[in-house]
Ligand binder design. Structure first.
Ligand code: NAD
Length: 353
């Protein structure tokens, strides 16, 4: 057995259909009296429902979460938390909303209770991200890890089929990279393989019928496991490429992950054979990168960067940026090879090792 270090996460997880009903007890358990409820403008109705459930223990609703946590929004939300004398943030939504909660916690240490409604996985990580002057800074801080997470598959029933699939692929990406992380361990490997298996089985069912509650439960369970892997180990090339593509060209987060993942896996395949065996086993296929490409295609997800708004003349810049700051990756970063990876992803070709 290879030596390893394993640090368990300290969040409390409540999982199950109808689990939202446990909110009051969980807020009580946190000792909170004045919760500030966070959401995007699109999810204001869900946040209103949460505030109504909390009654007097809801201090207010801040419904202005947006993608990538602009510093201006973070400042407004922090100010609102101070003004209302909030002692807890309840984030109901996807990674953008959880991210806003984290921006508040980073400054004030306010505990977060997260109620995820996508598969992005931010709720299981101590990773924060804030965008200032067009640049997204990220970091790790134990204070931003939500104390309590309520996973209720019923809340994901409204997530459109297309976003369900790409969000699920985003989750799979955390687990796939976690399988070759230099700081991985046997527990994260188990979680990663099981997370990919659960999502790969659920996504085609959701693509056919987004109202399939059993599939919703399986997908959210997989997302929890994949998010836990993201929170525990270092990510590599795939996340770096997606961060650069999303940040520099304002491309939709989950779609970028969906398109790039098979290609990033193909780039690393020969350098990470054990990870590929586990991914292929979880996908019930023989070739991991191809299996990921086929899963996305079968579910009707985009398979080319061109289709999601990437300009062709930006590919050189992304390949350059991908090799400028070093980060852990099983295969050394070679600009020319990365440039051809990006071209294949741009054109929507199948992944090639
Ligand atoms: P998102 O939170 O931006 O949500 C996308 C859209 O879907 C929003 O309009 C939202 O209101 C809507 N939505 C969410 N759940 C819904 C539901 N159940 N029904 C209907 N609509 C719903 O998207 P995301 O992909 O969850 O998060 C992306 C962001 O999260 C990115 O900024 C990314 O960098 C960040 N992220 C951070 C981490 C981390 O560990 N810090 C991890 C993953 C993602």
């Amino acid at each position: 057995m290879t030596p390893f270090t394993y640090t368990p996460q300290s969040s409390r997880v409540i999982f199950g259909s109808g689990a939202l009903a446990r909110l009051g007890d969980e807020i009580e358990r946190l000792g909170a009296r004045r919760a500030l409820v966070l959401c995007t403008p699109e999810q204001a109705a869900s946040a209103g429902r949460v505030a109504a459930m909390l009654g007097e223990r809801a201090a207010g609703v801040f419904a202005r979460a947006v993608m990538h946590v602009p510093i201006e929004t973070a400042r407004e939300a922090r100010e609102e938390a101070r003004r209302l004398d909030a002692d807890c943030a309840v984030a109901i939504g996807g990674g953008s909303t959880t991210g806003l909660g984290k921006a508040i916690a980073l400054e004030s240490g306010l505990p977060i209770l997260a109620i995820p409604t996508t598969y992005a996985g931010s709720e299981m990580t101590p990773i924060w991200g804030i965008t200032e002057a067009g640049v997204k800074k990220t970091g790790r801080d134990a204070r931003v890890l939500p104390r309590t997470v309520i996973y209720d598959p019923e809340l994901t029933l409204t997530l459109p089929a297309a976003l369900s699939v790409t969000s699920g692929m985003n989750a799979i990406a955390h687990a796939a990279e976690g399988l070759y992380a230099h700081d991985g361990n046997p527990i994260t490997a188990l979680m990663a393989e099981e997370g990919i298996r659960a999502l790969a089985a659920a996504l085609p069912r959701l693509a056919r019928d987004p109202g399939d509650l059993a599939a919703r439960g399986d997908a959210l369970y997989g997302a929890w496991l994949c998010g836990s892997v993201l929170g525990a180990v270092a990510m590599g090339l795939h996340h770096k490429l997606c961060h650069t593509l999303g940040g520099s060209f304002n491309l939709p987060h989950a779609e970028v992950h969906t398109v790039v993942l098979p290609h990033a896996m193909a780039y690393n395949a020969a350098a990470a054979p054990e990870a590929m065996v586990r991914i292929a086993r979880a996908l019930a296929c023989t070739d991991a990168p191809r299996g990921l490409f086929d899963l996305a295609a079968r579910c009707g997800a985009p398979t080319s960067l061109a289709a999601i708004g990437m300009p062709a003349d930006g590919l050189d810049r992304v390949a350059e940026l991908a090799v400028t700051t070093p980060y852990p990756n099983p295969r050394p970063l070679e600009q020319a090879a990365l440039r051809s990876l990006l071209q294949r992803a741009f054109d929507g070709q199948t992944p090639q090792q």
